[in-house]
Design a protein around this ligand. Structure first.
Ligand code: ATP
Ligand code: MG
Length: 329
């Protein structure tokens, strides 16, 4: 089985953007690939985190993956916490010493996140090296992701190619898997931007744990435009296009069918239908989430994932260590 790998930072509560770009893809592909699904807590601290909240977010995220349909009982599903596998940081350091600084400061995410704070950490700069280590340790062939992380997967590809050329065949070359609908769910209040779980404006994002009333209120007050026409045009009508996308992701409809259904109508009807679709999907997930949180199974799942991921990563790290000349032959 080819390998697929992805991670979602425990930097807050998961959003419908994380569902569309990450979790729903894992659910779709989980029977076809050996799946490495990890919680990047080391990535989360590239911006300030409250330690108690970080612990909580890690466990909550795992319960939410399972509630969304990730099946932890599949023998080919491995769920683990990044910081419980020390090889990620070790390989990341090696990559940091092989990546020109300018390649890292050119990344979109670095530019966007460093602009939000007066100062930023070195970890925010070297984030893509750690992400390359996350992927390349496991020879992952596919990395399901939203459009925002495509550039980082491309950098991981470049690092792998460069390493293979310099040291011999060490790494498989990964490819991003971007969904055709929902690769960029937009911020409800500023649709020029993507929706993010670490937003400072809670009205901008729909969290997977939001109560029904809150979901409806957020969607009904989403920013659109003033021309009153329903069509899919992400550049000129990002707010309306976002509502069509959300409707499509949560009903399984194509964008064309969604446009055909709502064109000629008012924005209110489209908003109501998008809210209905999200509520219909999220309410049963939230019930399942509560069962999982209370089931006491999460530790077992994480122990098994930690042990397996360490075994695979140790084998890869040993080859890299020798190739770069570390330690003894
Ligand atoms: P943060 O604000 O802390 O960066 P985030 O919401 O961007 O959080 P990440 O943990 O960075 O979430 O990304 C997890 C996964 O979700 C990645 O695959 C990413 O591409 C995807 N993703 C994030 N935001 C969106 C979005 N708005 N639309 C589609 N996919 C998204
Ligand atoms: Mg992000």
């Amino acid at each position: 089985m080819d390998r697929l790998l992805t991670g979602l930072q425990p930097s807050g509560t998961l959003t419908i953007g994380n569902y569309a770009g990450g979790i729903s893809q894992i659910v779709n592909y989980q029977s076809d690939y050996e799946t490495f699904l990890f919680i990047p807590d080391m990535h989360a601290i590239t911006v300030p985190q409250d330690p108690e909240a970080l612990h909580r977010n890690i466990i909550n995220a795992i319960a939410m993956y399972i509630a969304c349909g990730v099946n932890p009982d599949l023998p080919n599903m491995h769920i683990y916490i990044q910081s419980e596998n020390l090889y990620h940081a070790n390989l990341s350091w090696i990559f940091e010493c092989h990546t020109p600084h300018g390649e890292l400061t050119r990344m979109h995410q670095f530019k966007a996140k460093s602009a939000l704070h007066e100062t930023f950490t070195e970890g925010l700069v070297t984030y893509p090296d750690l992400m390359a280590a996350d992927i390349l340790l496991y020879d992952a062939k596919y990395v399901p992701t939203g459009i925002d992380q495509k550039q980082h997967v491309e950098l991981a590809r470049n690092i792998a190619i460069r390493f293979n050329n310099r040291y011999g065949e060490l790494f498989a070359i990964p490819e991003p898997l971007i969904p055709s609908i929902g690769a960029k769910i937009r911020d409800l209040q500023n649709p020029e931007q993507k929706m993010s779980k670490s937003t400072t404006n809670p009205k901008a994002s729909i969290f997977l744990s939001d109560p029904e009333k809150v979901i409806r209120k957020k969607i009904m007050s989403a920013v659109t435009d003033s021309d009153g026409v329903i069509k899919f045009d992400e550049e000129n009508k990002p707010g309306v296009s976002n509502l069509l996308t959300i409707y499509s992701v949560f009903t399984g409809s194509s964008i064309e069918d969604a446009v055909a259904k709502f064109e000629g109508g008012g924005y209110g009807d489209l908003k109501k239908a998008a809210a209905d679709a999200v509520v219909e999907k999220l309410m049963p997930m939230q019930e399942k989430y509560n069962d999982i949180i209370n089931s006491g199974r999460i530790n077992e799942i994480l122990d098994a994932g930690r042990d397996y991921s360490n075994k695979i990563a140790a084998e890869k790290y040993e080859k890299v260590r020798k190739a770069v000349g570390f330690g003894r032959i």
